[in-house]
Design a protein around this ligand. Structure first.
Ligand SMILES: [Zn+2]
Ligand SMILES: [Zn+2]
Length: 259
């Protein structure tokens, strides 16, 4: 459809025509989408996708299962984090659970190239950050990097897209790309603990010295076992970062121990 039409007809008309010619349907419930806010999910499915709310663990960010619904309680460490504290990461924050619409959106972005979803996902993160995080406590947003071969295949790094979008929504720390994945790794979720540690060991490096003395917020799409982000944090601290927190769109199911 020529751009001329949209310019003459105004956005509402253009949207109405587009809805007729190219109808779009919610990926979750299949209802037809009539607005352009989020081209893949209806507002009902998007808002119903569970966010992480208080109380959640003040170390790993997982909601306290037994305390669901007690929204006003302060955050405190979960039993796993008390027993096995993470030596590299001070805090992990996740904005949502890795479920329904948000999980689907992450997969569409990551595996089906729907880069437009970075913005609505970053908005979910920004909403969480505004109520739960001290945003000015960070000097740099560092995306978890992909290996260059993977990045070339995919065409983009989803964590970098999220970091850039988030940086645009919440003014503050700039995005820093000096963390690199220097060795390809296998998907962590299907490996045993020992395999996970070996898989990411030596996979990352920091180039340059821009992160020296900086308080880093590491940005990831989904944190599952925390093995990858823990290894990134170790390398970032070795390169001079004074602290490393992690912020992900979503946290997958609770783990039994760190890494
Ligand atoms: Zn829907
Ligand atoms: Zn925890």
């Amino acid at each position: 459809m020529p751009a001329l039409f949209s310019a003459r007809m105004g956005p509402e008309w253009w949207l109405a025509v587009r809805n007729l010619v190219y109808p779009a349907f919610c990926r979750q419930c299949r209802v037809q989408l009539l607005t352009e806010e989020n081209g893949y999910f209806c507002p009902a499915c998007w808002t119903a996708s569970p966010r992480i709310e208080r109380p959640y663990c003040s170390c790993c960010g997982q909601p306290h299962q037994e305390m669901r619904g007690f929204g006003s309680l302060a955050n405190y460490p979960c039993a796993t984090c008390r027993e096995h504290p993470n030596a590299q990461i001070d805090r992990i924050y996740g904005a949502a659970r890795y479920e329904v619409a948000i999980a689907e959106a992450v997969k569409l972005m990551k595996f089906h190239g729907k880069q437009r979803l970075a913005l609505p996902l970053a908005e979910v993160m920004a909403e969480f950050a505004e109520s739960e995080m001290a945003w000015d406590a960070y000097d740099a947003l560092v995306p978890v990097p992909l290996h260059r071969v993977r990045q070339r295949e995919r065409g983009f790094n989803q964590s970098a897209l999220l970091a850039e979008a988030l940086g645009g929504l919440l003014r503050g720390a700039p995005v820093d790309h000096s963390l690199e994945r220097i060795r390809p790794t296998r998907t962590q979720s299907r490996l045993s603990r020992e395999e996970r540690l070996a898989n990411v060991r030596g996979a990352f490096a920091v180039c340059g010295d821009t992160l020296q003395g900086k308080r880093v917020l590491l940005i990831d799409d989904v944190v599952t076992t925390a093995g990858t982000v823990t290894e990134c944090a170790r390398v970032l601290k070795y390169a001079g970062a004074t602290s490393v927190d992690v912020f992900a769109v979503a946290l997958s199911a609770p783990h039994t121990r760190w890494v």
